[in-house]
Design a protein around this ligand. Sequence first.
Ligand code: PRP
Ligand code: URA
Length: 229
Amino acid sequence: MTGKNPTTDSYSTHPTYPEGMVTVIDHPLVQHKLTLLRNQETGSKKFRELVKELAIFEGYEATRHLQLEPITVQTPICETVAHTLKGRKVAIVPILRAGLGMVEGILELIPAARVGHVGLYRDPATHHPVEYYCKLPEDIDAREVLIVDPMLATGGSASAAIEFLKAEGVASERIRLLVILAAPEGIQAVVETDPKVHIYTCAIDERLNEHAYIIPGLGDAGDRIFGTK
Ligand code: PRP
Ligand code: URA
């Protein structure tokens, strides 16, 4: 590897993470936008734009596995064989609220995707997720599922969302978790919930503080997206 990246080094090859199941998107544009996102001076409008842009980069990476099939197409010059998406359709599942900020970006990549919603908030005292809403597409078990949420802290919310999807019949291999920032503790928790769920993140930060916030992190993603604090 040339050029050490302080935000990604060592974690993407962390010995306790299953091989190839944690992808850190260390593209320079992603890292630049992430730095703007972390900055406390960045206001809600800009924050929302950045979350959407980072979701597009993540969606691009997290859909590399989609299958193609050949079709014949007539160009203005001649007939040729080109490729089109084949097989399973996609569902995007934001974890409310903050996950909503990532939906639009992914829909720009996959306009035909269905959107399911899982409502979870962290109890401020226990930091455990509390469910308040769940509405998924009827055929969720036949889709590739992208769970989106900017923050993976203790991993409680993501693990609960993964369990909801599995209870609806979605196979682990069909679930991908797209976050913008992850704590090592959160990744570990998701791996323990299900090592077959592929995680995508723009960075893996140092640790959690005593309130289970990511250090250095970017603060409360939901409040910054929606301007509620
Ligand atoms: C945040 C974030 C995740 C969760 C991560 O949501 O958007 O859903 O915390 O923490 P965890 O990994 O420890 O579960 P929050 O509960 O603050 O709700 P909000 O999106 O409505 O602000
Ligand atoms: N949720 C957030 O929004 N930020 C954190 O740092 C942890 C959980």
